[in-house]
Design a binder for this molecule. Structure first.
Ligand code: ZN
Ligand code: ZN
Length: 344
């Protein structure tokens, strides 16, 4: 029996219907846009339709059941009388389709909890994705920024990730220049980068399904004083946050340590998002370094540490590294320089 399913089983109080495609992929390796996995004490069944049946054959320890395309309409009759469901992933429509036949018990993320701790194979894929991302930043830093649009720079970065062997981008690349950099999740626009601006680039590649995530802030020449100061404060906060990443640390406490540096400089209001997030098959997953969410770090977690300071009308800075939580301290995967990189 597959080790991940065995580890899931010991955490369950009743059989679990897994409907998240990412969770099904994690548990079985099977990638599909239409499948459900039923984990019972003594058997595991994978339901999918004709289009995926060939790919789903031969997964060790998993019985394959071919279903019509609207599989939830036919699933109820195959479930045990009482079954857990993934509250975050089963739509209300599908819930209603099942509810007539079975007693449904909401379950809050047992597979996500397992996914937070990465095994060696997962760490290798994330490490490779991070290495490619670093190299892409090295190439990008050799390019002139001024006179090019944000979109053009984003495509350039995407091309580097592609050339270096990434399967794809982990998310839509952010390039935010000048006043746009004051918006934490700005999308690249046709705005042409000027001289003396901060440019935030947030990018990551994907390898074997696993993401990487890295942000650097570039300067096209000398920055206005307030932005240069914001960069220095942000870097200090980032390094403070990194140093606080440790097994058994509360995510909220790691966030607080980094945030205190920014607050100490009177810029607390300008840092309006969490310090970081876990990452794996999903771009954003637990554990969380966030004042609003509860998480405790454990060896094998992979998290980002990404404080930002956003000055409306003027610009912004963000610095983000990817870190593996290790028993003997944080292992930082991102290696591209955090000295303010001045570009053309
Ligand atoms: Zn990012
Ligand atoms: Zn991130």
């Amino acid at each position: 029996m597959n080790d991940r399913i065995a580890r899931l089983r010991v955490t369950l109080e009743e059989s679990l219907l897994v409907s998240s495609e990412v969770n099904i992929r994690y548990l079985t390796g099977f990638v599909s846009s239409n499948a459900a996995l039923l984990v019972e004490p003594d058997r595991v069944r994978l339901f999918t339709d004709f289009r995926y049946v060939e790919a789903a054959r031969g997964i060790p320890g998993v019985e394959l059941v071919e279903t019509p395309r609207h599989l939830y309409a036919h699933l109820g009759a195959k479930l045990p009388g009482r079954v857990g469901f993934e509250a975050a992933h089963l739509s209300y429509d599908r819930y209603e389709q099942l509810a007539g036949d079975v007693e449904l018990v909401p379950s809050s993320g047992p597979v996500e909890a397992l996914r937070e701790v990465k095994d060696q194979g997962e760490l290798e894929l994330i490490g490779r994705a991070a290495g490619i991302t670093d190299e892409a930043y090295t190439r990008l830093a050799q390019e002139p920024f001024a006179g090019r649009s944000e979109r053009e720079l984003a495509w350039l970065m995407e091309g580097f990730l592609h050339d270096l062997g990434a399967d794809g981008v982990a998310f839509e690349i952010i390039v935010a220049s000048g006043p746009h950099a004051a918006l934490p999740h700005a999308r690249p626009t046709e705005r042409v980068v000027g001289v003396g601006e901060a440019v935030i680039v947030d990018a990551g590649g994907r390898m074997g399904g696993y993401c990487s995530d890295c942000t650097r802030t570039f300067a096209t020449g000398k920055l206005p004083r307030e932005l240069a100061r914001a960069y220095a404060v942000c870097l200090r906060a980032q390094e403070t946050g990194l140093a606080a990443v440790a097994p058994r640390a509360e995510g909220r406490a790691v966030d607080a340590e980094a945030r205190a540096v920014i607050e100490g400089e009177g810029l607390g209001e300008r840092f309006g998002h969490g310090l970081g997030h876990g990452l794996g098959l999903d771009m954003h997953e637990g554990p969380w370094l966030n004042p609003e969410l509860e998480s405790v770090l454990a060896p094998g977690n992979v998290v980002t540490v990404e404080p930002g300071i956003y000055l409306p009308g003027l610009g912004g800075v963000r610095i983000e590294d990817l870190v593996v939580v290790r028993e003997d301290g944080p292992e930082v995967l991102s290696t591209f320089t955090k000295e303010l990189a001045v570009v053309g």
